[in-house]
Design a binder for this molecule. Structure first.
Ligand code: TXA
Ligand code: MG
Length: 383
């Protein structure tokens, strides 16, 4: 009943309505309904070209607070503001450096997020109290239609429960957020499959905060000074405020993930030894490998899932989070995943796998006492 919905909201629950929309030409009626919900301070999940976002009016602090509550996200981790087009930038950011115009021309709409100085209209909790604001113009027709119809900037993190794999389908959103989001616009699976690249332009030199859909290599022409960390940045627990979004545990399925680094044949041998240990401990295992290694794992005590061909980073990125969720739904306790080479989109894939594994990497060339290395995983207290 519509009249009781705000009251139930106060108690943290709502009726979730899924609206199917054509991903290329979304139906105006559904978009109008979703835009009305945004204007009324409610939550709408919508597809972007990267992953699904959980959106609220970025100018309304109470609406934004609902995002944090729905996701169980720490209030120290700031959100990205989405705009219909770059001409609205001045509504939400100030002291915009000149390079932004050229970046916007090249990469917007698209999977690039820029951290700028926050304008006074933006609800402070969007930025977790910081003086900066992250902004992007998404390319997905449904996201664009929603933004244009509501006429507001929309703050939206990925539409998953905090620290889980990002959602690339409306079903993933529903699985995590049913009863916590008012409307889900179902525009089918997203195409890029992992999140936008985040670049901070508020420091002396531009800094890559998160590798994503736009490979850092493509940014260097316009941002020759871009500082690109050699290895994934990791914020210590409780340090999130200094380095938001770089927590070690992120994008993680329920199963404990272990990455296998090194030569394919040696990794297969190592996997066999690990699977024997897991089997002995009564645990179920999954294996996530590039398609060309799939046959190597036939006949093992494990659910084997292909990542896509390792030469096709776009295919691997598109289905990565869905594969992790699929392995969870198969009921495995542990996932052995092959590490992916850095470079291009591979850097973002590697970063997501590293965090899904909470940094647990076994290098085939470095001998370890497997039983003690795996002990936390075997005890199932690996988080
Ligand atoms: O592709 C994407 O970026 C998706 C879609 C929905 O747009 N959104 C997304 O949002 O991935 P989220 O909240 O899951 O990730 C946002 C990242 C986090 O790492 C956050 O810490 C960082 O951006 N971020 C947001 N605002 C920031 C700020 N003011 N300063 C530094 N980092 C910021
Ligand atoms: Mg996220």
């Amino acid at each position: 009943m519509i009249a009781t919905a705000p009251l139930r909201y106060a108690y943290g629950m709502t009726e979730t309505q899924t609206l199917h929309v054509d991903p290329l030409q979304p139906e105006p009626g559904a978009i109008a309904l979703a835009a009305g919900a945004i204007r009324a301070g409610r939550l709408v999940a919508f597809p972007t070209e990267t992953v699904y976002g959980l959106g609220a009016n970025a100018l309304d602090a109470a609406a934004v607070a609902r995002i944090f509550a729905a996701k169980q996200r720490p209030s120290t981790d700031p959100l990205i503001v989405h705009l219909a087009d770059a001409s609205q930038l001045e509504r939400i950011a100030v002291h915009i450096p000149p390079v932004v115009e050229r970046l916007a021309e090249h990469f917007w709409p698209g999977p690039l997020t820029l951290v700028l100085h926050r304008g006074p209209q933006v609800a402070p909790n969007v930025s977790a109290g910081r003086e900066t604001v992250a902004v992007r113009v998404p390319a997905h027709p449904v996201a664009h239609a929603l933004l244009a119809a509501c006429g507001l900037p929309i703050a939206a993190p990925s539409a998953n429960l905090f620290s889980r794999p990002s959602p690339t389908t409306a079903q993933h959103v529903y699985a995590d957020l049913a009863g916590r989001v008012d409307i889900i616009l179902d525009g089918g699976p997203t195409t890029i499959g992992l999140e936008s690249t985040v670049v901070d332009l508020t420091q002396t030199l531009p800094v890559l905060l998160r590798p994503g859909g736009v490979p850092a290599e493509l940014l260097l022409d316009l941002l020759p000074d871009l500082r690109v960390p050699a290895a994934p940045m990791v914020a210590a627990e409780g340090e999130a405020a200094a380095s938001p979004g770089t927590l070690l545990k992120h994008y993680a399925p329920c199963a404990a993930v272990v990455l296998l680094r090194g030569d394919a044949a040696a990794a297969r041998t190592l996997a066999q030894a690990i699977l024997d240990l897991l089997h002995g401990a009564g645990l179920r295992a999954g294996v996530l490998v590039p398609d060309e290694e799939f046959a190597l794992y036939a006949g093992l005590h494990a659910e084997v899932v292909g990542l896509g061909p390792s030469s096709d980073h776009m295919a691997v990125a598109r289905y990565l989070f869905a594969r992790l969720r699929e392995l969870d739904s198969l009921g495995v306790d542990v996932i052995l995943a092959r590490e992916v080479a850095a470079g291009g989109l591979g850097t973002a894939i590697r970063d997501r796998l590293f965090r899904a594994a909470q940094g647990r990497i076994l290098d085939v060339d470095i001998p370890v006492d497997l039983a003690s290395w795996l002990e936390p995983v075997l005890r199932r207290d690996a988080g």
